[in-house]
Design a protein around this ligand. Structure first.
Ligand code: PMP
Length: 454
């Protein structure tokens, strides 16, 4: 980048950024994003980018939806804040809780609101513990997650997350959180092993861990239907059936973290539908408001809800909640956002555009650097490798991902490099020509960095 602007210098002086190398940041400075329109964002130099990641997997309806602005302004004018503690409520939070339960076709019974996915997963952990205390199963507290799973960064949710940078330097994970293998057949499958056999082995690994730890100590299993931040990993078709069978056998609750997959990302309203997951608890965030405002929801099935409700009576209160739980402006925006998703058929659009995206990325399969193209619906990743035949990764791992992430900006494209996998997760409003444009910009970037592969 050329000489830094005053706003860049002030950012370097005063702002410690999430998920950023602070030393490098002080040298290169930030890219200042000023405005958005549809699937595009614009920086303060007027440069246009296709936001191939919907921000952080989150902006379903695009970057300038006036109906969400109006919904927020209307609610601000009426009741900008009120809480939901101690028998108070307001209409937007009630309507959203009802709507979310309806969207699950009655599978879930109630909604509890938080501000972020991390808080929602911390809430899940506390609810699972509370539930087992209520049932007198005071040892049944361990929670099993997966390597490469992502569930947040607060102390407990970061412990569920199965990625080294979220533990390193933070004295995590907490001892109650355990991890099993990532269901990534391309990387974790053994030579000659079918996807089906791999799924069976993954479920057997879970069962072995439960038996080693003792079934009376294992409370829940948590997973994203399709892993996002860990590299967009789509499990084998029968994986979730087999995993759920093990969980049911040992009375282990199934938690579906749908923070990315909720609200149409996979071409179905929820990822659970696509994979036949019947969760006891579901976690939603991001696309719930298109991330225009912070909001997350924990949905409880009746099995957990009824026990928690009763126990709160015995203990005097459910001693958990946030100042902004069910914030009226955030819940009003979520309702309008969901209305837009339904009225405009954005789930169906994600299914249709997903096919276009998946087939145009799979057309890159013969490219010498492309090891695996994976994804479903409007989420995908292209894993680049140093040797296509042996699947040997680059050395150092991540060098191509970082180079593509950086270079793509010059082609007007924002993607994410997850090690050497390049992730795509565009807004659900994307049209066919825009999908081709996005993939075209990626192919141009790939040509630019090809020399680095040697
Ligand atoms: N769960 C999943 C599946 C996520 O992708 C994320 C965020 N990327 C979280 C939880 C955490 O959400 P937040 O960043 O809002 O705390």
């Amino acid at each position: 980048m050329s000489a830094l602007s005053p706003i860049q210098n002030r950012d370097i002086s005063y702002h410690l950024h999430p998920y950023t190398n602070a030393v490098k940041h002080a040298q290169v400075g930030p890219r200042v994003i000023e405005r958005g329109q549809g699937i595009y964002v614009y920086d303060d130099q007027g440069r246009e980018y296709i936001e191939g990641m919907s921000g952080l997997w989150s902006v379903a309806v695009g970057f300038n939806e006036p109906r969400l602005v109006r919904a927020a302004a209307d609610q601000m004018g009426k009741l900008p804040f009120y809480h939901t503690f101690s028998h108070k409520t307001h209409t937007p939070s009630v309507e959203l809780a009802e709507k979310l339960v309806q969207l699950t076709k009655g599978r879930m019974r109630s909604a509890f609101f938080t501000n972020s996915g991390s808080e929602a997963n911390d809430t899940v952990i506390k609810m699972v513990w509370y539930y087992n205390n209520a049932l007198g199963r005071t040892n049944k507290k361990k929670i099993i997650a997966r390597n490469k799973g992502y569930h947040g960064v607060t102390v407990a949710s970061a412990s569920l997350t199965g990625l080294a940078p979220n533990h390193r330097g933070f004295d995590l994970p907490l001892a109650q959180m355990k991890h099993v293998s990532c269901p990534h057949w391309y990387r974790e499958g053994q030579p000659g092993e079918t996807e089906e056999a791999f799924a069976t082995r993954m479920a057997a690994e879970l069962e072995t861990l439960i038996l080693e730890e003792g079934p009376d100590t294992v409370a829940a299993f948590i997973g994203e239907p399709v892993m996002g931040a860990g590299g967009v990993i789509v499990p084998p078709a029968t994986y979730w059936d087999k995993i759920q069978a093990v969980c049911r056998k040992y009375d282990v609750l199934v938690v579906a973290d749908e923070v990315i997959t909720g609200f149409g990302r996979l071409g179905t309203m929820f990822g659970s539908q696509k994979f036949g997951i019947e969760p006891d608890i579901m976690v939603l965030s991001k696309q719930i408001t298109s991330s225009y405002l912070p909001l997350a929801a924990v949905l409880l099935g009746d099995k957990v809800h009824s026990v928690i409700a009763r126990y709160s009576g015995e203990l005097g209160t459910f001693g958990h909640g946030y100042t902004a739980s069910g914030h009226p402006v955030a819940t009003a925006v979520a309702l309008e956002n969901i209305r837009i998703i339904e009225e405009r058929g954005l789930v169906e659009n994600a299914a249709r555009m997903g096919e276009v995206l998946q087939s145009s990325l799979r057309a890159l399969n013969d490219h010498p650097l492309v090891g695996e193209v994976r994804g479903t619906g409007l989420i995908a990743a292209v894993e680049l490798v140093a040797d296509k035949n042996t699947r040997r990764p680059f050395d150092p791992l991540g060098k191509m991902g970082a180079a593509i992430f950086e270079k793509a900006h010059e082609h007007g494209l924002i993607v994410r490099g997850i090690q050497d996998s390049i992730a795509f997760c565009p807004p659900l409003i994307i049209d066919e020509q825009q999908v081709h444009d996005m993939v075209g910009r990626y192919v141009d970037t790939l040509e630019d960095v090809r020399s680095l592969a040697d």
